[in-house]
Design a protein around this ligand. Structure first.
Ligand code: 13P
Ligand code: SF4
Length: 330
């Protein structure tokens, strides 16, 4: 499946693991990682734990200790399929909450509680109630980059990987799609559905501009430009393709462009470069400070101390889970 990769279990084959990241991790840096990698692999066995890692995690996490990697949609789907007793989220808080919603009986850990998201912080359940009052009868489609409380106030969730299909499948002329204004405007343009949105932005993707893409094409003639749909519409319009992180990976894997620019978070290019030796990655990219809260040392500590456990207020579990499950039913 695109964007999902199940990694083999230990014993600790340090050389084999380093071979996976050699192209993007210098030997000196690897020397500093090796002990934590070995400890994490052993702790996962002891704790009966799996690590789910988002595509924006650094290569030593993504390629060397994660059991399952992918975009938000893949991580939500795969979280439901694991038999492990403990799930550690190498990603941001809303991803850990989604894993907990789908696995109420498992222990879900996030190594750093500060791993938030500017989109999730932009909207509250009260804002959704006001939107419903202003637009009676219009369904509320909520991006997974939101809190469980916001999901609980919604009709259905979506990710950048399925938003277009979900909006179209609702079969209505008007939809409330929150909280990412740019994602909503990009979907409105693609589907022709009237979309009421919110003023949330991803602090990484909002910074890219069409001028930057133009300059990139001038300095690298023939470069293929792939943009995340959280970018402003003029950036998406200037790109060759727009899609979720898994869709970008799929594009690179299939088309093997000679030169590609992934208009998104920086680790995405590193992770793809490790696997695609014939593709040159040009990097106008942005660092997500929240994703970068997660480190090998943090993952090790999380498994040693079984912190920080993610919990969800009991009254939110059923309605928030229902919104996620409606999405997964697609
Ligand atoms: P994806 O679902 O495309 O992986 O995106 C998640 C995210 O946080 C993008 O900024
Ligand atoms: Fe949130 Fe943007 Fe970071 Fe993704 S990249 S977690 S949307 S702030």
């Amino acid at each position: 499946m695109a964007g999902v990769d199940v990694v083999f279990p230990p014993p600790f084959p340090a050389e084999m693991l380093y071979a996976r990241v050699r192209r993007v991790v210098p030997p000196l840096a690897w020397a500093g990682f090796e002990e934590d990698v070995g400890a994490i692999l052993a702790l996962k066995r002891q704790r009966d734990a799996v690590i789910l890692a988002h595509n924006y995690q650094t290569p030593e996490i993504f390629h060397c200790v994660a059991d399952i990697v992918g975009d938000s949609l893949a991580l939500a789907r795969e979280a439901m399929r694991t038999d492990a007793r403990v799930i550690v989220m190498a990603g941001v808080h809303f991803m850990a909450e989604t894993a907990k919603l789908l696995n109420p009986d498992k222990t879900v850990l996030i190594p750093d509680l500060r791993a938030g998201c500017s989109l999730a912080d932009s909207i509250t359940p009260a804002d959704i109630r006001r939107l419903r009052e202003a637009h009676p009868g219009v369904p509320v489609v909520t991006y997974v980059n939101t809190s469980a409380a916001v999901k609980a106030a919604s009709d259905i969730c979506c990710t950048s990987g399925n938003v277009r299909r979900i909006v179209e499948a609702l079969g209505v002329p008007k939809v409330i799609l929150i909280p990412d204004e740019f994602l909503a405007r990009n979907v409105a343009r693609e589907t022709g559905v009237e979309i009421i949105t919110w003023s949330g932005h991803c602090e990484v993707h909002e910074r890219f501009s069409a001028t930057e893409i133009r300059e990139l094409r001038e300095s690298h003639p023939g470069v293929t430009v792939l943009a995340h749909p959280e970018c402003p519409p003029e950036v998406v319009a200037a790109a060759d393709f727009a899609g979720s992180t898994a869709m970008m990976e799929d594009y690179v894997t299939r088309h093997q462009p000679a030169q590609v620019a992934l208009i998104t978070e920086c680790s995405m290019s590193d992770n793809m470069a490790a696997r695609n030796p014939d593709v040159e990655f040009i990097r106008p990219c942005g660092l997500c400070p929240h994703m970068k809260r997660i480190s090998l040392a943090g993952l090790r500590r999380s498994l040693e101390t079984m912190t920080h456990e993610v919990t969800i207020a009991p009254d939110l579990v059923a309605p928030a889970r229902a919104a996620v499950e409606r999405m997964l039913a697609f």
